[in-house]
Design a protein around this ligand. Structure first.
Ligand code: SAH
Ligand code: SF4
Length: 417
């Protein structure tokens, strides 16, 4: 499954005089003169080393060393890699970097929630760089990182601001892993580095970043390979070490990719359901026209590894007068019968120009009571980081609907253990 790239990126310009094909900025980023090693699989790292003439007999050991420095120690320069010979360090430095995406803004809430605005290279000369956000939500016993998989989204869900953005591009695996690296850099969450302290940061557990939710910008199953590669790097027990049970991938329902997500990534699944009838879901999540509710639920029933201990989370955004009646609540619990499920009710986060409103609190409570009576535990949680969300306008419009995702991320934390 691919995503349409911005049309202007298509052909690389050809210099007629010399007939040299020049690289676009994106191509240079993906295959730059000096690429970053962040996000490469072990195999790709081995190839990179072979490419700079590291002897074949040494490659395995060198990959091990680099992996450790990158993903356990969080090295930001080759100089830090004291177990690697000086000569190899300088060869590595000539050919590669350890660069992460650039952090252009950081906001820290009084409750410890942190938000980073990240700048990614644009595809076209003259085009503004792309921006995505990454959010860290700490609790006493865990810290959850909400990651983006695309700049924008092609799916146009009618209540989602990201879907209104014209500019869309997939993040490469390094940009997804890079978000984890940045969070650990900013929090000092590396072995041998002093941990950040402060109000709201986890006090239990040995990691500040212990969980991941793919609930930021974009549809992760429309960027499958990069998301898979990145999440496999994140899961590696000798590296970033975030177990697949602590990683949740949220999808709007890309049915054909759901089995692959289970088989090839093995993470927890969250599904953006939002409606119990196809007619309404077609309007809210237009992808439903291609993969209607019954097919989506069938894919959930068959999700590899699903069980009462590993439930699927169904996200349900509360839209006033649209999907929030008691009849809808009853239909929802009927629909999910027999699927090991959790339900997260998400207060709608309005944005300029939207035709929807958030359901009244009373209605959310009534709805949630029906869900609760059917055996699903406390589905609505209090949002966090409100003070920095209030300052959200200081960040770029591309990320205006962050508070919704943040709420989701909060809820997801309850189920990723
Ligand atoms: N594309 C994926 C993951 C990113 S969106 C997906 O759709 O699942 C993460 C969640 O935020 C989804 O459940 C989405 O439906 C929800 N969301 C989007 N816009 C929202 C809004 N304005 N208010 C509340 N939730 C919203
Ligand atoms: Fe894309 Fe998810 Fe927004 Fe739908 S809700 S437009 S799939 S990011």
């Amino acid at each position: 499954m691919t995503v349409t790239l911005h049309p202007q990126t298509a052909p690389a310009p050809v210099n007629a005089d010399t007939l040299v094909v020049e690289k676009t900025p994106l191509e240079r980023y993906v295959a730059p003169e000096k690429p970053s090693l962040v996000g490469l699989s072990r195999a790709a790292l081995g190839e990179a080393l072979a490419g700079i003439d590291v002897p074949p007999a040494q490659i395995r050991m060198r990959v091990q060393q680099l992996w450790h420095w990158l993903y356990v120690r969080g090295a930001q320069s080759f100089d830090q890699m004291t177990s690697v010979s000086k000569e190899l360090r300088s060869t590595l430095d000539r050919h590669f970097t350890l660069a992460r995406p650039e952090v252009v803004a950081e906001q820290i809430s009084v409750d410890g929630t942190r938000k980073w605005l990240l700048r990614l290279p644009s595809q076209d000369p003259g085009e503004r760089p792309h921006e995505v956000e990454c959010v860290y939500i700490p609790e006493a016993d865990r810290g959850t990182l909400c990651l983006s998989s695309q700049v924008g989204c092609t799916l146009n869900c009618s209540f989602c601001h990201t879907g209104t953005q014209r500019l869309v591009r997939n993040l490469v695996a390094g940009e997804i892993v890079g978000q984890v690296m940045i969070a650990r850099d900013r929090l000092g969450d590396w072995t041998g580095v002093e941990r950040a302290r402060g109000d709201g940061l986890p006090t239990e557990g040995d990691r500040l970043v212990s969980n991941i939710v793919m609930m930021g910008m974009g549809e992760p199953l429309y960027n499958f390979e990069a998301v898979r590669d990145a999440l496999l790097v994140a899961q590696d027990g000798d590296g970033l070490g975030i177990s697949r049970r602590r990683i949740t991938l949220s999808t709007s329902g890309v049915v054909p990719m759901i089995p692959r997500a289970g088989e090839e990534i093995g993470v927890m699944l969250a599904v953006s359901l939002h409606a119990v009838r196809d007619e309404l879901r077609n309007e809210l999540v237009p992808l439903n026209r291609r993969y209607p509710i019954e097919e989506l639920l069938e894919a959930c029933r068959n999700y590899p590894g699903v069980s009462n201990a590993r439930r699927i989370t169904f996200e349900y955004v509360m839209l006033k007068g649209v999907n929030d009646s008691i009849a809808d609540a009853k239909a929802l619990v009927r629909l999910l019968k027999g699927i090991p499920a959790k339900i997260n009710l998400i207060p709608f986060n309005p944005w300029p120009g939207t035709r929807y409103e958030c359901s009244d609190w009373e209605q959310i409570e009534k709805f949630s009571q029906v869900v609760f009576d059917a055996g699903y535990a406390s589905p609505v949680r209090t949002p966090r980081g409100r003070d920095i969300l209030a300052a959200c306008g200081q960040l770029k419009s591309a990320t205006e609907k962050l508070s919704a995702r943040e709420r989701l991320a909060l809820r997801a934390m309850a189920m990723t253990d």
